[in-house]
Design a protein around this ligand. Sequence first.
Ligand code: FAD
Length: 386
Amino acid sequence: MDFGFTEEQEMFRASVVEFAKRELTPEKVKSWDKNASFTPDLFERLAQAGLAGIALPQEYGGQGADSVTVGIVVEELAKFDFNVANLVIIDNVLSAGILAGYGKEELKRIILPEVANGKKHMGIALTEPHTGSDAANIKTVAKKEDGYYVLNGEKASVSMVGLASYFVLFAKTAPELGSKGISAFLLPMDAEGVETYSFDDFGYRPLKRGGILLKNVKIPFQNLIGQENQGFKIVMKQFDFSKTLLSLACVGTALAALDDALSYAKQREAFGRPILKFEAVQFRLVEHYTLLEAARLLCYKTLWLRDKGLPYTKEAAMCKWWIPRLCVEAIHDSIITIGNPAYSKDYPQEKRLRDVMGIEIGDGTADIQKIVVAREAFGREFVPYK
Ligand SMILES: Cc1cc2nc3c(=O)[nH]c(=O)nc-3n(C[C@H](O)[C@H](O)[C@H](O)COP(=O)(O)OP(=O)(O)OC[C@H]3O[C@@H](n4cnc5c(N)ncnc54)[C@H](O)[C@@H]3O)c2cc1C
């Protein structure tokens, strides 16, 4: 067994930290949260550093990095801003990743270089107002008419609304077939008949969660991604990758919160000594550092399995049910360790808590992930419903 990263990966990690120190300053991070918007210079800088297209193939302007290296990017960015790490995951890995894997060549040649150079963004639109966990039950439909697919329906709780120029959108092409009747489409957000609305979220704010209304939206046949009725399989496969990275981003942010609590505990005095001398404080930090180390290793093992071409659905779901909540608890206790100052918005801790909580829901709740682990570990015959 080898738990080490390669020399190249360690050098890359150092360069991502360097980038984050320079570009993700506390002032910028705070303003992106306050204004619920990133500033465009961020996209340019991410692209210049090769991070906007980190997971995309080199032939489309990306870096073609392996999964462990993408994990390194996400973990380190998340120590400075959880939302920038998520931007990379949703835009580049999840959405553009689906286009790169299954889209038509002529679209890939145009769109993927624009994502890699930070000029355009992508999102993923699966959830609807009436259904989230039960994603096979979506009602948006795509019907073939006069040489087009015509989309009608509504997507809700979708990240990147108002930021992404394109969405990978899922609609029923054969409603009678359930999950086997869903197809993936590339939706340009300037298409006629597309309207949007925004959510006012308490965390995850610059990632702009919102809704998309589709009224007789015509899109060409070439915008079908993959084969007709393959959409559900495509998205679930890509979610395995994004779930693992989202979990690792939670770990990065929780580690930053704990490190802040540790620094504070070393210098804050109570009853004539630094509070870190109290075992209650030490043990609280020790327990969280231990659990986060285990969580981090599970994430990297899962990414390693992906790089080896081995199955990793079970491990990805294990990461996702366990780690976001674990990290919320670590950040919570880092607030308790610092005491009253950390309850203020002047401290970064409350923002970390707000942001990471979103991933207890986004990309699937713990309940749903446990169903996936049970299915993979105990067998399909024990799935409660088919
Ligand atoms: C920050 C954030 C970002 C998001 N980004 C996107 C995005 O970019 N694109 C997109 O398409 N969607 C996105 N989502 C939506 C997200 O994927 C859904 O919210 C998620 O799948 C859960 O669906 P739901 O919220 O409708 O909850 P529901 O499905 O209504 O579930 C409600 C509760 O019931 C539980 N539950 C449901 N079914 C079961 C079951 N079988 N067994 C046990 N418990 C069950 C759930 O665990 C949950 O606690 C985002 C959500 C958030 C919060």
